[in-house]
Write a protein that binds this ligand. Structure first.
Ligand SMILES: N[C@@H](CCC(=O)N[C@@H](CS)C(=O)NCC(=O)O)C(=O)O
Length: 273
């Protein structure tokens, strides 16, 4: 099937999407050559939930291989492999685990050191509570604003060489694919340009709540990095690339916090090389 046909079908409705899925078996990603002990991460590079899992893997110094999937087109393949239709999911020792929070718990069990969850019960629950809030409140607020802003001005994503569809033949058509995918997200969330001020206000609310928890502190809980901090790093992963929101002025502290945590992650990598 030609790339242009794929694009035309993707632009269509549910029936076309179904047809595309049925037709695209040939474009499935190659399975990586790795033994069963290596963690395989199935992901989209830009997904904040996938970035969260990469942060955990890096923090724990777990070797892993990435399989880059293509948004929308991956769903048949993903359903078959993992029994659900979202990324991230991982494969390790013959098991497939989906959902970033379930993956975090699995990795904590399989690779206990260094720990991302405190041993003390109330601290541990606090970390999990914050993780949940970051995934379920902060991320949707930032995500909706990002989708709409980028849909209204997609050129920065089209021009970013790091943005890939996961399929080389389709990457040449990013100028068509990126707006198409963004328009699907905007439609799914029933957003229009008129919603921008409301979405910006919501992001400011959420960042205000975050500030009350984290400003002036190095870590959410205790005196070392936990799953809560790694989750926030994941959700801020696109901050530079997509210029998600204005970090000058009131939110500059958050970018400073992020820089300090990224420097700490770099140090962990260097020490363990
Ligand atoms: N609760 C899930 C959320 C995962 C999620 O929403 N993934 C999005 C990408 S960010 C997805 O796969 N959407 C389906 C698609 O785009 O095909 C987690 O923590 O992993």
């Amino acid at each position: 099937m030609s790339v242009m046909r794929v694009l035309t079908l993707l632009a269509g409705g549910a029936a076309s999407a179904y047809y595309v899925r049925k037709k695209l078996e040939g474009l499935e990603p190659q399975q990586p050559i790795a033994n069963d002990d290596t963690v395989i991460l199935y992901q989209f590079e830009y997904s904040p939930f996938c970035a969260k899992v990469r942060q955990i893997l890096d923090f724990k110094q777990i070797p892993y291989q990435v399989v880059e999937l293509t948004p929308i087109l991956h769903s048949n393949y993903t359903l078959r492999l993992s029994g659900q239709n979202k990324v991230p999911y991982i494969r390790h020792k013959g098991q497939v685990i989906a959902d970033s929070s379930a993956i975090a718990l699995y990795l904590e069990e399989a690779f206990p050191e260094p720990a991302t969850l405190p041993a003390e019960r109330s601290e541990r629950e606090q970390v999990l509570l914050i993780e949940d809030w970051l995934d379920e409140s902060l991320q949707p607020a930032i995500g909706k604003l990002a989708y709409l802003s980028l849909f209204l001005n997609p050129q920065s994503v089209i021009d970013d060489p790091n943005v890939t569809t996961g399929i080389a033949a389709l990457d040449k058509h990013k100028d068509k694919i990126v707006p198409l995918m963004l328009s699907r997200s905007v439609r799914k969330n029933k957003l229009t340009a008129a919603d921008l001020p409301k979405l910006e206000a919501r992001v400011n609310d959420v960042l205000g709540r975050l500030e009350a928890q984290l400003r002036g502190k190095e870590y959410f809980v205790g005196n070392q990095m936990t799953l809560a901090d790694l989750t926030l790093l994941g959700h801020l992963n696109n901050a530079d690339r997509l210029k998600l929101f204005d970090y000058n002025g009131p939110h500059a502290w958050l970018m400073d916090w992020r820089q300090r945590r990224l420097a700490e992650m770099k140090q962990i990598e260097t020490i363990n090389v």
